[in-house]
Design a protein around this ligand. Structure first.
Ligand code: ACO
Length: 328
């Protein structure tokens, strides 16, 4: 028996923020952003859209495409760094919107690795417990914690959500292996310093712009360039495969140079690699499910394909999932 992805959905805000728009806001250029990151535009959710709204949009589509009713869900996991509020969890808000009255619900904080962490949890939950359907959502409105006076960060991120319903099925399809990890010694490299118990909100924290995302880009770049191929190798080995067996590689969409480094190390060609950061930027936990949704729509992923998902993010966290695409 395996945990299979049986339905995907996505939710992207309509407003596009292009590099040319950003040129008018901070000291940057389209040329710099494209050369250093590969990003051309990103989507921005304007107020009053909340994280739960994008999550719900993606979730509703995923449930519908799975061919189940929301009442059949046993568990809802929302992976996010930008929840509606501290508590209650965004997952509980989505549970109510969906009418998923039989589901437990919680948020998962693993930065950009959140969706991959969520898949791993869903996979283990499905196989270990009396559980039939799990909804995993990656949803972010990162734009609301971006400092649009900081050119080092504001050009890189975008908003969006992606969702997957997982169910149980035969060995023919589904999750083959997964590996998760974390290196908390790198926590300071990517954070939103204020607003929590360490630094509660005050006039000073607002004036010092401490409620915005802070990133040491070079450190993350070095970490990501190393970890992407390392984790890929581990997750493949665990299931008895090698790089050359991979049909579709779905890396976290942070920077085209990180992705190219990984592709080169693993000898995975462009036609096997999903890239959408040019259109959406880094949507954190939403990157991978949105890429999967689009690839399935476009017929780029077919039943039977060996699909490798790899992500890294705040924490620092990292993780990989290998699956045989398709459902019974
Ligand atoms: N426009 C123009 N110039 C810029 C911009 C910008 N938007 N941003 C930085 N610069 C300048 C810098 O000030 C610096 O100028 P200086 O040399 O005069 O000091 C110069 O460009 C080079 O800066 P670097 O930081 O060395 O640029 P680099 O090539 O390393 O690229 C980047 C920076 C894109 C941030 C890269 O380091 C990166 O992608 N890192 C990974 C980030 C990442 O993956 N984050 C997501 C993590 S996942 C999660 O959980 C959210």
């Amino acid at each position: 028996m395996r945990a299979q992805i049986i339905g995907l959905g996505y939710g992207l805000p309509e407003r596009r923020l292009t590099n040319q728009d950003l040129e008018k806001m901070v000291d940057t250029s389209d040329k710099w952003i494209v050369e250093r990151s590969g990003i051309r535009e990103r989507r921005i959710a304007d107020q009053p859209i909340k994280c739960s709204d994008l999550a719900y949009q993606a979730a509703e589509m995923a449930v519908q495409r799975a061919g189940i009713s929301a009442q059949q869900l046993d568990l809802i996991i929302v992976a996010t760094s930008t929840p509606d509020m501290f508590f209650p969890s965004t997952a509980c808000i989505v549970q109510d919107l969906l009418g998923a009255t039989n589901a437990a619900a919680f948020d998962l904080s693993a930065g950009c690795t959140g969706f991959v962490y969520g898949l791993d949890v869903a996979h283990k939950y499905l196989l270990a417990d009396d559980c039939h359907y799990v909804l995993v959502i990656g949803a972010e409105i990162i734009s609301r914690i971006l400092d649009y006076e900081d050119r080092n960060t504001c050009v890189l991120f975008g908003d969006g959500a992606g969702a997957a319903v997982l169910g149980k099925g035969s060995d023919a399809y589904g999750i083959l292996s997964s590996v998760l990890g974390a290196d908390g010694s790198g926590a300071a490299h990517l954070s939103m310093p204020a607003g929590g118990t360490a630094m509660p909100a005050s006039l000073e924290t607002v004036q010092n712009r401490l409620h915005f995302l802070r990133m040491n880009g070079n450190e993350i770049f070095r970490f990501a360039s190393r970890i992407t191929s390392e984790i890929s190798s581990q997750v493949l080995q665990k299931a008895g495969y090698t790089y050359s067996d991979v049909d579709i590689f779905v890396p976290h969409q942070a920077n085209i140079r990180i992705i190219r480094t990984a592709m080169k190390r693993m000898n995975i060609p462009a036609e096997k690699t999903l890239i959408n950061l040019d259109k959406y930027g880094n949507t954190s936990a939403a990157c991978i499910p949105v890429a999967l949704f689009e690839a399935e729509q476009e017929g780029r992923i077919k039943a039977g394909d060996l699909v490798l998902l790899v992500a890294f993010g705040a924490g620092l966290t990292y993780g990989g999932v290998l699956l045989r695409w398709g459902r019974d």
